[in-house]
Design a protein around this ligand. Structure first.
Ligand code: XMP
Length: 516
């Protein structure tokens, strides 16, 4: 185990994630965790993360300085370097020039930390303070043009870097972290997906106990499916999954998802077709936020009804549902717990939020520390079908936010056809997996066209395809003209109601991925 003490950097979980990439187990703990709790984990080494403060701020995150005297190998990153310097007798001051972004680092001295790395490395810096005088016994082992980039006291097995090795912009960051974690600390590289699955399943089994029940809202997407499979491995049919047709799913999706969940994943599934209920609530509504709210609230109402039914059945059998399974991922956690306060509501994403009071459900979130690609790796190890694991993200409010203007069953049917063609052509061109998302949007704009000798007057459809790492920022994808051509000609000739296709060339920001 490697312990990462978190001083509040937005990159802390990325350190853990990099370490998992070379199959080492690590735990992120708040920097205020008492030292004996840290040592109980019998770590092979400790990493002190970055953080937003200066060591002189009153509000600066505090860790017990005794953490610097355990004799275990230590790596300080950014704020971690300053914390070490400050508490070991050096001096930290505001830097004359703040460094932010790319920097070139020159390695001055051979050190176990830079083993096998080139003489100059490209790194990502983000700091306002720097070390002015070193703590006794420390040496500068690397520098940038303006400042110290890395320090070491090899006798005491302490290293510190001013830059962020965990971010992708630091090119040799992985090698550097691996040097510390594997070579210096000697951590075992046995934390594989199989290991994750085994320990997670065992933990859930213990939490839920021999008679506990859980419910889970399935969307058919990667996250909720992987979470459900993990829980069902732990408690079998004591997990009931609920899948709701909200009337704005993709073509044949309601049937396809049911089949996969039952036949391939052997989940205990209740499928509820509430499409009429949703569509009647959506009638006449054109405002994007209102559509989202209606779908969110309706979903909660349907899920509540179903859970109550399951709840009553279990209760009369003398058992109790006590658990709600959610496929929350780490990026969802940071977004909702931003240190800078609640961020501006751009779009209201919905979640299961209003379950009956008397059910007092406790949450099981087995994927809470993971990133999406890691969830896919876990899913592959669980032998889940590629069809689920490679699915592009799909918004909770479904096609409703891709039908601009009023959502009606006719317009849903038109978009379902256009969207199915778009997906088919993208898959045929072998582009589906490398795109973050690719889909069709139905505009409320009618234009004039000609087919054969007939004048047409029908809707416009926009095609959207983006590349992205995490959905937070995205670039519009330069789809090959051939692919655009086949999508366009097939939609216009096969979909009744659309006579014009346009391509969206807006990145995010300033656009968003979905049109509403
Ligand atoms: P935007 O449109 O905000 O979308 O750039 C970013 C990513 O989030 C997805 N999205 C949603 N996902 N519920 C979801 O679960 C929602 O209400 C929702 N709205 C947008 C969107 O598809 C993209 O991947």
């Amino acid at each position: 185990t490697i312990v990462i003490l978190d001083f509040g950097s937005q990159y802390t979980q990325l350190i853990a994630r990099r370490i998992r990439e070379f199959n080492v187990f690590s735990v992120v703990l708040p920097c205020t965790t008492p030292l004996e709790k840290v040592l109980e984990l019998q770590p092979k080494g400790i990493i002190l993360s970055g953080g937003p403060s200066s060591v002189y701020d009153d509000a600066a995150p505090k860790a017990d300085p005794a953490v610097l005297a355990t004799g275990l190998p230590l790596l300080g990153i950014c704020y971690g370097l300053q914390f070490m310097t400050h508490h070991l007798g050096g001096n930290v001051v505001p830097a004359p020039a703040r460094e932010y972004g790319h920097a070139e680092v020159e390695v001055l001295q051979q050190s176990a930390l830079f083993h096998g790395l080139p003489q100059t490395i490209d790194v990502w810096m983000s700091h306002g303070d720097h070390a002015e005088t070193l703590a006794p016994g420390f040496q500068i082992i690397a520098q940038t043009k303006n400042a110290i980039a890395a320090l070491a006291n090899e006798d005491r097995r302490m290293w510190a870097v001013q830059f962020h090795p965990e971010v992708a912009h630091t090119r040799q960051g992985m090698e550097l972290l691996k040097n510390f974690v594997v070579n210096i600390c000697g951590a075992e590289q046995n934390w594989t997906p199989a290991h994750f699955i085994e320990t997670t399943v065992a933990r859930i089994r213990e939490q839920v106990g021999p008679a506990g029940h859980a419910i889970c809202a399935l969307s058919g997407g990667v996250d909720s499916s992987v979470a459900a499979v993990l829980v069902s491995k732990a408690i079998g049919d004591r997990l009931t999954c609920v899948f709701v047709n909200n009337g704005v799913l993709r073509k044949d999706e309601f049937e396809k998802v049911q089949r996969t969940m039952r036949e391939d994943l052997h989940l205990n599934l209740i499928a509820v077709d509430s499409s009429e209920r949703f569509l009647s609530k959506l009638a006449g509504v054109t405002d994007p936020e209102k559509k989202r709210k209606i779908i969110g609230n309706e979903f909660i109402a349907v899920f509540d009804d179903e859970s109550k039914k399951i709840f009553e059945a279990e209760k009369s059998a003398g058992e109790e549902i006590a658990w709600l399974v959610q496929g929350t991922l780490y990026p969802d956690v940071i977004e909702s717990a931003s240190v800078h306060g609640p961020s501006h509501v751009i779009k209201s994403h919905h979640n299961v939020g209003g379950l009956p009071e008397d059910m007092k459900l406790k949450l099981i979130e087995p994927l809470r520390d993971l990133f999406k690609d890691e969830v896919r790796r876990i899913g592959r190890d669980l032998d889940m079908p590629a069809e689920i694991l490679e699915r592009q993200p799909f918004p909770g409010p479904g096609l409703a936010v891709r039908i601009l203007g009023e959502v009606s069953s006719d317009r849903v049917a038109i978009l379902q056809e256009a969207d199915a063609i778009c997906t088919e052509e993208i898959k045929k061109a072998g582009l589906y997996r490398q795109l973050w998302q690719s889909f069709a949007v139905l505009l409320p704009v009618k234009t004039v066209g000609v087919m054969g000798d007939q004048r047409t007057y029908a809707y416009t459809c926009a095609i959207r395809a983006v590349e992205s790492e995490d959905g937070m920022t995205a670039d519009w994808a330069p789809l090959p003209y051939e692919v655009l051509r086949s999508i366009s000609s097939r939609i216009v000739s096969e979909v009744h109601g659309i006579n014009r296709v346009v391509y969206d060339i807006t990145s995010k920001p300033p656009g968003t991925i979905e049109w509403e």
